[in-house]
Design a protein around this ligand. Structure first.
Ligand code: ZN
Ligand code: FE
Length: 264
């Protein structure tokens, strides 16, 4: 199984999972580059997988399903979060946490994980046997999504669930936000050597024009401040900034998320 990055808009990645013949696309915010990539690679679209209702993730669904080449992709199933069904045009198969998605032509099986926070219905797709996670705007490389609809407590639970996956799980998030995320990470945890090393590595990759995604669960556990809110240095940084009201995981996560919202 291969995963192909299709860059879109300013900093989105639309992901195409394929075996050289069949493909599933995750969060096609724009149909045009997806169709171009499918054509270039000679792939037949077998399924569309959506993580949440934001336009940069679902904007290309109708066009993909009804495009001029739709004869080549008849009746593509469009999977998405049940709780956002009414907000996503073209979604045909609503999913709940712990559901299993089987894409027969690809031989791909994905577990649905509920990850509310960025939006209330946000879901992630986890292929355990392949070690692949597609998590939309929940866990980012070096950061996490903004809380547009959910509470800090929900996001902490969602991130904790994702962080508990095997360390070598490849994490395919939906945006290239890594360098700005890591800049903030270094502000709150300057003594983290793994983080310092990562920043140099990711900067070099961007300078070469490469994506910094996928990342891995192990690397996120070691360097992502939003998975490390209990670390002494992070708590001290929050305290020094006058942002820590209470000493518990949800409060420190909420304080960190709020700080990041205005950090430049
Ligand atoms: Zn979003
Ligand atoms: Fe997004």
């Amino acid at each position: 199984m291969d995963v192909l990055a299709v860059p879109a808009f300013d900093d989105n990645y639309l992901w195409i999972i394929h075996d050289g013949r069949h493909a599933a696309v995750v969060d096609p915010g724009d149909a045009v580059p997806v169709l171009a990539a499918l054509q270039a690679e000679g792939l037949t679209l077998a399924a569309i997988l959506l993580t949440h209702h934001h336009a940069d993730h679902v904007g290309g669904v109708l066009e993909l399903a009804r495009s001029a080449v739709s004869d080549a992709f008849p009746n593509i199933p469009v999977y998405g979060p049940a709780r956002e069904h009414s907000r996503i045009k073209g979604m045909t198969i609503p999913l709940h946490g712990n559901d299993e998605v089987k894409i027969a032509s690809l031989g791909l099986s994905l577990q649905v994980i509920d990850v509310p926070g960025h939006t209330l219905g946000h879901i992630a797709y986890y292929a355990a046997d392949q070690g692949l996670l597609f998590c939309g705007d929940t866990l980012f490389a070096g950061g996490c999504g903004r809380l547009f609809e959910g509470t800090p407590a929900q996001m902490v639970q969602s991130l904790t669930r994702l962080a508990s996956l095997p360390g070598d799980t490849q994490v395919y998030c939906a945006h290239e936000y890594t360098l700005s995320n890591l800049k903030f990470a270094a502000e709150v945890e300057p003594g983290n050597e793994a983080l310092t090393a990562r920043i140099l590595r990711e900067r070099a990759r961007r300078e070469r024009g490469e994506a910094t995604v996928p990342t891995s669960i192990a690397l996120e556990r070691a360097t992502n401040p939003f998975l490390r809110t209990g670390e002494k240095e992070i708590l001290e940084s929050l305290q020094k900034a006058g942002r820590l009201a209470q000493l518990d995981d949800v409060s420190s996560f909420a304080a960190l998320r709020e700080w990041k919202n205005t950090y430049r």
